[in-house]
Design a protein around this ligand. Sequence first.
Ligand code: ATR
Length: 291
Amino acid sequence: MTEIKGTTSVCGLIGNPVAHSISPLIHNSLAAFCDVDLAYVTFQVQQEAVADAIQGAYALDIKGLNVTVPHKQAVLGKLSDIDPLAKAIGAVNTLVRTGNGYKGYNTDITGLARQLEEAGIALAGQEVIILGAGGAARAIAFLCASEGAKSVYLLNRTVEKAQQIAQDVNQNLQTDTVGAMPVSDYVNLPGRDYIVLQTTSVGLAPNQDAAVIENADFYRRAAVGVDIIYNPAETRFMKLMKAQGKPAYNGLKMLLYQGVAAFELWNQLKVPQEAVNEVYKRMKKELGIVE
Ligand code: ATR
C-alpha cells in the first residue's frame, strides 16, 4: 500500500453498492508494484447524485474514476469526451481526468479483449456465439463485430433483447455480422468451431449447477469457451466445455485487465507483466479462488 502523503493523487470507484468491490485491492496493489503515488478508494453514490459526484470529483482534482452498477449509463451525459467504442456500447466504466472534464472509456471490454488475446483467441474471421443479451452481451457484441468476427449469434431466453442488440450493433458499425435467436434454437446453428462467450447470470454462485445449454453436442461443436463469471472459478458452462475436451476460461482475467487498463489510462504507463501476475495472485487469494 502506498504511503499517503501531500502529493498522493486519488482515484476511486463510484457505484452502489461498492463495499465488496475488489477494485481497491487491484489499484492499490498496482500503485505499490508500479511505484505510483496514488490511493484508490470507493464512493457509494446514489442515483440522483451522480452528476454532483462527478462535478465534485473534478473540483477535488480526482485523477480518475471507475464506475460500476448502476451508474454505467448515467455517467454518459456528464463527460467532456468519450472513447468511440465506449460511445457505441453506450456504457462507460472508467473516467480519465482531462483539462476540461472527464473522458469516458469502457475498459470492461478492452479487458476482455486483452484476456482473449492472452489466451490466443482471435475474433477476426471467427464465428462467435454470445449467450445472453444483457449489458455485458451488448458490449461483447460490439467488440466481436468491431474486431472483424465473421458472424456473431446472440442467443437469449428473451429473443427481443438479443434482436435489439443485433440491430444496434449492425446499424452502428454498418454491418450485418450480428444475428439473434432464442436459446432453444441453438440446435439450428450452422457450422462449428465456435468461440462461445457466456454472459448470462446462470451458473453464478449460489446457483452453481446451472448452465443455459446442457446439451453435450453444443459443446462438442464449440472450439473454446469464456465465461464472464469468476465465482465459482469453474462454472457449469466451463465444466461442460471441458467435458468435451475444449478449453474454457472464467472471467477473472477480464476483471483483472479492466483494472489494469484503467490504471494505465490514469497514469500513462504500461503495467509490467510481473505486476499483473502479482495482482492476479492477490485477487485469487482475496476471492478464495483456487485454480
Ligand atoms: P449484465 O448486465 O451483467 O449482462 P443482465 O442485464 O441482468 O446482466 O443480463 C442477464 C442475462 O442473463 C440476460 O441475458 C438474461 O436473459 P433474459 O434477457 O431472458 O432475462 C440471462 N438470464 C438470467 N437468468 C436466466 C435464466 N434462468 N435462464 C436463461 N437466461 C437467463
